[in-house]
Design a protein around this ligand. Structure first.
Ligand code: C2E
Ligand code: MG
Ligand code: MG
Ligand code: MG
Length: 290
């Protein structure tokens, strides 16, 4: 039986090990924020579905731990977000992203930079002033920046989050709802959101090819978002057939391994989309009638 003393002991040992690892990672991440070299940003192209042009970059944080090597954001971001370090982390990412944005502008690249923001930032006093100050420091206009916020981050403190989002919008910085469809707020909140962009979560995009119910769902999400005035980005586009489906369903932008994985900064500035999105010759998926 699973509640025998041995099973309980093994279980709690596993718990202990996981707890220890999380505890150590949080400690070490705090040090990484203060010591240059462990943290860096990579950039994933965001592509215009109509013509395959790269129109932006999402900045994604990478951590090379001195002993453990690469630790993924899927592991350390949730730990950071449950601690008091989210404010400092976002400030670091924002500053670093805008530093790169400045360099790209100076080299003639006109792209929007997207930065992921945590729930805690939305209730942080002075967060929006900090964003404005970072833009000013790098002499960048507000519209070259977009902040990505998940539905669940908004739903953690809906009223205060909403006030912050309105302030961000007033500043002229773009707003995207990230991982759309995975929260449980969606419909009533989507309507009130000052967001410019809705990013459909990759879990909906991944099985599009084979799953006709998923196709109906994604088509409806695109239509709904657009009817409410948002632009739509599909995350996790990995195949030409999925891209073709999305284009015919009216989705404006896409991100995913089909175009490029997140790239190091110098590789990003040299990036040009390998896919001619308008001239695809691939088996057609059926788009349900609108
Ligand atoms: P996200 O913001 O939804 O970012 C998209 C994730 O999907 C990235 O994972 C990206 O590498 C991955 N991805 C992109 N295209 C594809 C594809 O075609 N297929 C598949 N399977 N995956 C794809 P990554 O970089 O591991 O980041 C995971 C999550 O960690 C992010 O999800 C975001 O929530 C969080 N994160 C990363 N960097 C930051 C940051 O600087 N600040 C905050 N607050 N969160 C961050
Ligand atoms: Mg994101
Ligand atoms: Mg996402
Ligand atoms: Mg995600």
């Amino acid at each position: 039986a699973f509640d025998s003393p041995t099973h309980v002991a093994v279980y709690s040992q596993v718990e202990d090990v996981l707890y220890q690892r999380r505890f150590n990672l949080l400690n070490d991440f705090g040090e990484a924020l203060d010591s240059p070299g462990q943290l860096r940003l990579v950039f994933q192209p965001r592509v215009d579905v109509a013509n395959g042009r790269c129109i932006g970059a999402e900045a994604l944080l990478r951590w090379c731990h001195p002993l453990l090597g690469a630790v993924g954001p899927g592991e350390f971001i949730p730990i950071v977000e449950r601690s008091g370090l989210a404010q400092k982390t976002t400030a670091w990412v924002l500053d670093e992203a805008l530093r790169h944005q400045r360099a790209w502008r100076d080299a003639g690249l006109q792209l929007q930079m997207s930065v992921n923001v945590s729930a805690a930032n939305l209730t942080e006093p002075g967060f929006v002033a900090g964003v404005a100050a970072a833009l000013a420091r790098h002499e960048l206009p507000a519209d070259c920046l977009e902040l990505e916020i998940t539905e669940s981050a908004i739903m953690a403190h809906p009223v205060r989050a909403h006030a912050t989002l309105a302030e961000i919008a007033r500043l002229g910085v773009g707003l995207a709802i990230d991982d759309f469809g995975t929260g449980y707020s969606s419909l009533s909140y989507l309507q009130k959101m000052p967001a410019d962009v809705v990013k459909i979560d990759q879990s909906f995009i991944r099985n599009l090819e084979s799953d006709t119910r998923q196709q109906a769902l994604v088509t409806a999400m695109i239509t709904l978002s657009q009817d409410l005035g948002h632009r739509v980005v599909a995350e996790g586009v990995e195949t030409a057939a999925v891209l073709d489906f999305l284009r015919r369903a009216g989705c404006e932008e896409a991100q995913g391994y089909l175009f490029a994985a997140p790239l190091e900064a110098d590789a990003f500035s040299a990036y040009s989309c390998p896919i001619s999105t308008s001239a695809l010759r691939v088996p057609k998926l059926t788009v349900p009638p609108r």
